[in-house]
Design a binder for this molecule. Structure first.
Ligand SMILES: [Zn+2]
Length: 302
């Protein structure tokens, strides 16, 4: 086994033990606390797409909480003791899965039976080992349908409302999907160059060629060879825009832009949203709409 993997295993083991202790302590102290005032079941989710779909389906009936702080790089997140305690008090804990949250596996085994855990990636269409599946609108529809079913199991009196809310949200997603289909049907260029490989599903769903400078995790570093290969591609296909993912460093994209004269433009992968975006009432639907505008401009679509 490689040295890096051994180190990683040790870290995972350390966190498993730490999480186990925290959950145990939570239980010991929880017994002394008075019963919760709210009768609404609490649902804890990890990523933003899950948060938005959960809020859309639940309406006011459930208490939906997202644990990844606004504006942070969701790839780099791992829960602190308070957040672990919050998860262990939830009726449902829903996470993205497909390797996105490396902290979930050790946490799962320590959660009480009262917290049901859902790995959303088992309900969607997956490409290779890519966890950014919410950027295929069809997968967002599958997420919504799954939540409709799961929330109905949790609170059967609200089944009709959940179904009505899910149907309305899915109609908005279908409209967005049609806009993507029409907006990206006739373009001069179909090559999407990004720094971090978050847009594979979006590219796949819309028949774009997806080239990324670094891999599926935002903390990787590209080799000099990879960079020069991409510089060549940009020159060869006269690509005018390089996209970079919001909330992570754009250094690499800037370096390539300087060498090629291409423009650097942010594209929001919806792993998380910033405080400003939240204040401006940005949603999956509005941000995906903005992304479409940027893609159409970069690829010179009619
Ligand atoms: Zn990502």
């Amino acid at each position: 086994m490689c040295e890096k993997c051994q180190k990683k295993q040790k870290i995972v083991l350390f966190f498993s033990i730490l999480i186990a202790i925290i959950v145990l302590l939570t239980f010991v102290t929880a017994k002394k606390e008075p019963a919760a005032h709210s009768s609404k079941p609490t649902i804890v989710v990890s990523t933003f797409s899950l948060y938005e779909a959960a809020c859309a389906v639940s309406g006011d009936t459930l208490h939906i909480r997202s644990i990844i702080p606004l504006g942070s790089d969701a790839h780099m997140f791992s829960p602190n003791p308070t957040q672990v305690a919050d998860i262990s008090k939830a009726a449902l804990f829903i996470y993205n899965g497909a390797g996105f949250e490396t902290w979930v596996e050790p946490l799962k085994t320590t959660l009480p039976k009262t917290t049901r855990v859902i790995d959303m990636s088992t309900n969607v269409m997956l490409l290779d080992n890519d966890p950014h599946y919410w950027l295929d609108i069809d997968n967002m529809i599958k997420i919504t349908q799954t939540l409709d079913g799961q929330f109905s199991k949790l609170s059967s009196v609200n089944t009709e409302l959940f179904h009505k809310n899910a149907t309305a949200y899915i109609a908005q997603l279908q409209k967005l999907k049609a806009e993507y289909g029409a907006g990206l049907s006739e373009c001069k260029n179909r090559t999407l160059i990004t720094n971090h490989d978050a847009f594979g599903y979006l590219a796949h769903a819309n028949k774009l060629e997806n080239i990324s400078v670094i891999g599926l995790s935002s903390d990787e570093q590209p080799s000099a060879q990879t960079i020069s290969h991409i510089v060549e591609l940009i020159k060869k296909h006269s690509i005018k825009t390089i996209f970079f993912e919001e909330l992570i460093s754009d250094n690499v994209a800037q370096t390539i832009a300087k060498e090629t004269g291409a423009k650097v433009q942010p594209l929001q992968p919806l792993e998380n949203i910033s405080e400003d975006e939240l204040k401006l009432h940005q949603t999956y639907l509005t941000i995906m709409g903005d992304n479409l505008k940027k893609l159409r401009e970069a690829m010179e679509c009619r």
